[in-house]
Design a protein around this ligand. Structure first.
Ligand SMILES: [Ca+2]
Ligand SMILES: [Ca+2]
Length: 305
């Protein structure tokens, strides 16, 4: 027969085992909850991504439709409208198309591996208009040209290989605006200031679509144009966009000097498309650079988040 003490110990053991079993069960239930939520989140995110990517196909269709209507592009056209998010089952989706040719294409600066001096002068005018140092234009030329000869205010391998964390000069066109952070003289605040006015397109002789050009870009392509005239011009264009470049040239303010090498247009081939979608707890953003040739646009670059 068990003593009273033995019975007491046994009871404590039972209570301990029950307590442990309860803790383990609670822990397992919690883990299962985490796992289930992780699966659900993964599923929501995958769905959101598929919907956001479908936004790119929507943009291609919209841009093709636009080209079937006319051969000029401006901010009052349907494709350029910013639409609010549209509800879809389980979430919402938003797609926006941004013109890229009202901006100055930095890759125009170097053509076939050599500096385009007229474009360097344009970049320097743009930098001045933005209150940035002109000198960084020289470093950008060297970063992109294929030779290793140091230009005025430039920098080649010798400079970059002597940095605390050395790397080589790219000697090729830019692939992305973020790449500027590697170039001598550029930093985050300069890139932030420059970004709304420049693009990085996979070609080196693209026209500026004057219908989308901000005053600072108009100043860059039209020597002598004052900031006041450029602002007035950009405001007028916004409400009365041009259908031909001839019309634009006719209405140029007196302060602007016409440049025979100026490459302008009233239409665009490059567009940045952003697709954003939510599904349950998941969200996804897609950015794609589209190149429209004829009616159809192909994807030149894409990033997913
Ligand atoms: Ca159009
Ligand atoms: Ca170089």
């Amino acid at each position: 027969m068990k003593t009273r003490t033995q019975r007491g110990v046994a009871l404590v053991m039972v209570l301990l085992i029950v307590a442990m079993a309860t803790t383990i069960a609670a822990f397992m239930a919690q883990q299962q909850g985490f796992w289930q939520r992780a699966v659900e989140n993964g599923r929501d995110r995958a769905q959101a991504r598929r919907i956001a990517e479908a936004g790119i196909d929507w943009a291609r269709a919209v841009l093709a439709d636009d080209r079937s209507v006319n051969d000029f592009d401006h901010g009052k056209e349907m494709w350029a409208m910013q639409l609010p998010a549209i509800p879809v089952e389980g979430g919402e989706v938003q797609g926006t198309i941004y013109d890229q040719q009202g901006l100055f294409n930095l890759n125009n600066l170097v053509r076939n591996g050599k500096v385009s001096t007229v474009d360097l002068a344009r970049v320097q005018r743009l930098l001045t208009a933005l209150g940035l140092p002109q000198e960084i234009g020289g470093a950008l030329v060297d970063w992109m040209d294929t030779d290793s000869e140091v230009s005025e205010n430039g920098a080649e391998d010798e400079y970059y290989l002597n940095l605390a964390k050395p790397y080589r000069c790219a000697n090729r066109p830019l692939s992305d605006i973020g790449e500027l952070a590697w170039v001598k003289g550029f930093d985050a605040s300069i890139i932030k200031r420059l970004q709304p006015f420049v693009s990085v397109l996979p070609e080196s002789n693209t026209a500026v679509n004057v219908n989308f050009a901000p005053p600072e870009v108009l100043m860059a392509i039209l020597p002598g144009l004052t900031l006041q005239d450029a602002r007035q011009q950009a405001t007028q264009i916004k409400s009365n966009p041009f259908k031909t470049t001839a019309e634009f040239l006719q209405k140029l303010p007196k302060s602007a000097k016409q440049d025979s090498t100026m490459n302008i247009s009233v239409s665009s081939q490059y567009f940045m498309v952003t697709g954003y979608a939510t599904q349950g707890d998941g969200a996804s953003a897609v950015h794609a650079l589209l190149h429209r040739s004829g009616m159809w646009a192909t994807q030149a670059r894409k990033s997913l988040q």
